[in-house]
Ligand binder design. Sequence first.
Ligand SMILES: [Zn+2]
Length: 433
Amino acid sequence: MTVWNPTIEMMPKKELEKLQLKLLKIQVRRLYENSPFYHSKMRMAGIIPDDIRTLDDVSKLPFMTKKDLREGYPNKLMMTDRGGLLRYHASSGTTGKATIVGYTKNDLENWSESLARAMASFGLGSKDIIQVSNTYGLFSGGLGFHYATEKLGATVIPASTGNTDRQIDLICDLGVTAMACTPSYLMYLGEVAEKKGISIKKDTNLRYGLLGGEPWSDRMRDRIYESMGIKGMNCFGASELSGPLFMECAEQDGIHFWRDLALLEIVDPDTGETLGPGEKGEMVITMLQKEAFPMVRYRMGDITSMYEEDCPCGRPHPRIARITGRVDDMIIIRGINVFPSQVEHTLMQHSELGNEFQLVVDRKGHLDSMLVRVELKPEAFTDNIIELNALREHISNRLKGVLSISANVELVQPGTLPRFEGKAKRVVDRREY
Ligand SMILES: [Zn+2]
């Protein structure tokens, strides 16, 4: 198996840690001296750059949260002291406002490098034909895999999402060997192909799925392999960081986080205390080389554990176990982050609606769907179906505008949705992972 960047990927752990400390010191000093946002955060925490003497000192730095991203909209967290911005991407935020992430030339370079290393680590190379069926656009999935594939020297097919018949034609006619998409879409595509009398396993060259953007399980991985002969490779990404970024190696046992790019911590979500290897907690990431949109001790909200044991592949870069949940109530639907708070914000702008609502997430035929059930106010409750349908449609359109995915809306009678003492349980996730 080829190693894309042997110098970094195979560097002994001790040396990698030295490199991490060097990069951390540079980044912290740069932010302290040039970013009003980070400067005031560090001042408030009583930290100066000289306080960072060992890697463990990272825990002295203040956390960064989604709230910071929200308050920093659109450009307060952006830094361009090392050259201009080359690109913007955006993702949905917690209350409807997007998070805007900027990239310099080096940021784009590191992003592609990270994914190219990963793709090579499980066997992809210049002979491969990779169909990128993630969304191209403001969402960073499509272009992330696109440029990484080009960097790898493989052939890229920028298929983007939708038009499954054409996706299948491309796979068959161009001899596609790997496909980047969500796991549920790959399952769906397999079913559509079967209905057309095409067996992905027997009739195509498709052998790898570069899969992420939604929660999935090893059970689903087995099913994909059994039914389609495709190895599903798990990918970690987050739009606040750089879209798809880290992946598993051929061992398929945890996602490698490259030490030269990211410093990974797992913390107790309640106390913020750093946890040891194997302990389950919230993932906290410090990106060591990001220029335009730095991320220092960013609380990802994902619950997982980290392991430091040597991987049989020989790369001394830590791995994370499958993400088992969230500390907040964010849900991921078709690669899009959805926060109940966004939905609430939109619903509450309608005087006809009461305060109670529920998000029901389902998976039908492998595709995720979302239903928003909301109570009408007693005075807005009517037998006039036409009026209610118009209201329903209006809310559905507004939600689509805010969330970037379509949602069915059901208006229900006042007092019919469950009430909660304490924290409301807004999400009913019926998907089977
Ligand atoms: Zn490995």
